[in-house]
Design a protein around this ligand. Structure first.
Ligand SMILES: CC(C)(COP(=O)(O)OP(=O)(O)OC[C@H]1O[C@@H](n2cnc3c(N)ncnc32)[C@H](O)[C@@H]1OP(=O)(O)O)[C@@H](O)C(=O)NCCC(=O)NCCS
Length: 167
């Protein structure tokens, strides 16, 4: 993907942005992103690096879209989604956003929106018409982020809120 196209979608147009497929050589970088991004909500992050490593292994085997965002040659964030997810509760096949995380120093620049929109395009090209996700119910910033992207609350389970958007 040409980085020039991507520059248009984000606020800081002079950032050099690349989206690359996950590979294990980035695993430690992604663990760093998780610990940085969830600093204010450790309850929704990972308790330690070993557990974060296991989480990434799970994401690798439960995704059709696992992309790493590189900004000015630095790993700035990532997104993991599955276009063929069977919802546990109503058995519908949906596009599921498993994870999106951006390092705090890159927040507010439109990068999370950029990644989310890429995953929604991926879902549409796989023929899905619903996108869903779980978000921590006290993770107000992320809930605002998703609402702004058109997601609506569906129901709460345990400490999490289920959200949905038509595509
Ligand atoms: C949620 C997250 C991915 C957003 O990334 P981002 O690059 O900052 O998002 P954007 O710049 O595209 O923000 C788009 C909109 O979301 C909302 N938003 C984003 N961060 C917000 C915050 N901290 N507080 C309130 N609203 C916020 C705003 O409406 C923002 O629009 P604006 O910039 O015009 O005000 C990032 O904050 C993050 O990594 N959080 C920690 C991990 C996490 O909670 N992930 C979701 C798990 S389900």
């Amino acid at each position: 993907m040409g980085s020039n196209d991507n520059k248009i979608s984000v606020k800081e147009i002079n950032m050099d942005i690349k989206l690359i497929d996950y590979s294990d050589k980035y695993k430690e970088d992604l663990i760093d992103v998780i610990f940085d991004a969830y600093k204010e909500h450790p309850e929704y992050g990972e308790p330690d690096r070993k557990s974060a490593s296991r989480y990434i292994d799970w994401l690798k085997t439960h995704s059709t879209f696992f992309k790493i965002l590189i900004v000015d040659n630095e790993v700035a964030g990532f997104i993991v989604a599955d276009s063929n997810w069977k919802d546990y509760f109503d058995r519908k096949t949906v596009g599921e956003i498993h994870e999106v995380a951006i390092k705090r120093k890159f927040w507010g620049k439109g990068l999370g929106t950029f990644l989310l929109n890429k995953s929604l395009e991926h879902f549409k090209s796989a023929g899905r018409n619903i996108a869903r996700l779980w978000v921590g119910k006290n993770n107000k910033e992320a809930i605002e982020f998703y609402k702004r992207l058109g997601f609506k609350p569906l129901y709460e389970r345990w400490d999490y809120l289920r959200m949905e958007r038509m595509l």
